[in-house]
Design a protein around this ligand. Structure first.
Ligand code: ADP
Ligand code: MG
Length: 315
């Protein structure tokens, strides 16, 4: 086993935990993990800024699991996520990480699901809760969740949560947690307004920023503001105009993936196989398409009234 600075074995983790990481294919820490995990395992508060797909979930997941007591049925770790899909992804990743740590119950509490089964699950006891701010606030309001034993509080994708107007809910949830706790904040961006809004949640945090690994010079981004109903047709027009060699499209729902696939088929892109799939790194349903013409491109929807198209030029 290697013991380099980026090896998980340089961290104070049990052999069983390390063996599980190895079985997950986690042989070396990602940059954000290497820069944050030593401080996280030491109990320090953290503000970590890194792009999507950089391995932030394990950076806080390992931190939560490290100090969790499986024999104590109390909510010891709480993770706030902006959406139900992200909460599900985080919970699944935590379950994989927890395999070596005993019988740990991880509960997802998000909106769009009935309250009653969630309340029943809470009554049975959970070690870690992953949830969206609105639903967690509802449970706190009804007195169906107790957060007074939370040791680790994580704000995942903090910028998206504040963009979505969740600040009041988050502040209420934070105040339901003990004052003595570890708080870890993860965000792709950390503008001044979020810094000001969240400053009171953290005590002397370590700040870690990991720049994107790609060369920005090679990426050209384009933004098109179009009507909601014109989105699918616009994608077809742009593909015909730019003739990319291969294309990866991201949509925020599976239904939209299918609609876009259908539109493109009608526009004469029969080779797009368009199997709807889950993209864990981007928290979106996505589908990948077969080669079309000159260079790869991707399409992240931003708001219902706006869509952007980026073209990534091959080096
Ligand atoms: P982020 O939250 O930064 O967007 P994720 O935590 O979702 O990123 O991780 C992105 C992907 O990388 C996931 O599929 C995860 O399983 C994988 N991953 C995370 N850390 C490692 C690692 N050290 N080695 C290999 N794969 C990793
Ligand atoms: Mg993430």
């Amino acid at each position: 086993m290697t013991t380099s600075a980026t090896s998980f074995s340089s961290l104070p983790l049990t052999p069983a935990f390390l063996a599980n990481l190895d079985s997950l294919g986690y042989h070396e820490m990602t940059t954000i993990q290497a820069q944050s995990l030593p401080a996280v395992l030491d109990g320090r508060d953290l503000i970590a800024q890194a792009k999507t797909g950089s391995g932030k979930t394990a950076a806080f997941g390992i931190g939560i699991l490290h100090k969790l007591n499986p024999a104590w049925f109390a909510v010891q770790g709480l993770v706030l996520c902006p959406t139900r899909e992200l909460a599900d992804q985080v919970a699944n990743e935590l379950r994989r990480l927890a395999r070596a740590a005993g019988n740990i119950k991880i509960l997802t509490l998000t909106g769009g699901a009935p309250m009653r089964p969630q309340i029943a699950s809470l009554e049975h006891g959970a070690h870690i809760v992953v949830g969206t701010p609105g639903r967690l606030r509802d449970h706190i309001g009804r007195g169906t969740i107790k957060l007074n034993h939370v040791q680790t509080l994580v704000l995942d994708e903090a910028d998206r949560m504040t963009d979505m107007g969740f600040y009041e809910e988050i502040a209420g949830i934070v105040s339901a947690c003990p004052v003595r706790r570890q708080t870890l904040l993860f965000s792709a961006t950390y503008p001044e307004d979020i810094r000001r809004a969240t400053a009171s949640f953290l005590v002397n945090p370590l700040e870690v920023t990991v720049e994107a690994q790609h060369d920005n010079e090679k990426i050209e981004q384009r933004f098109y503001e179009i009507g909601f109903d014109e989105r699918n047709a616009a994608v077809g027009k742009l593909l015909k105009h730019f003739k990319p060699e291969s294309t990866l499209a991201f949509c925020n729902t599976k239904v939209h993936c299918r609609e876009l696939a259908e539109e493109l088929r009608q526009q004469g892109f029969p080779r797009w196989p368009c199997t709807a799939s889950w993209n864990s790194a981007n928290a979106m349903k996505s589908w990948c398409c077969s080669p079309t013409a000159a260079a790869p491109c991707w399409w992240p929807p931003t708001s219902p009234r706006a869509a952007s198209i980026s073209r990534t030029w091959a080096p």
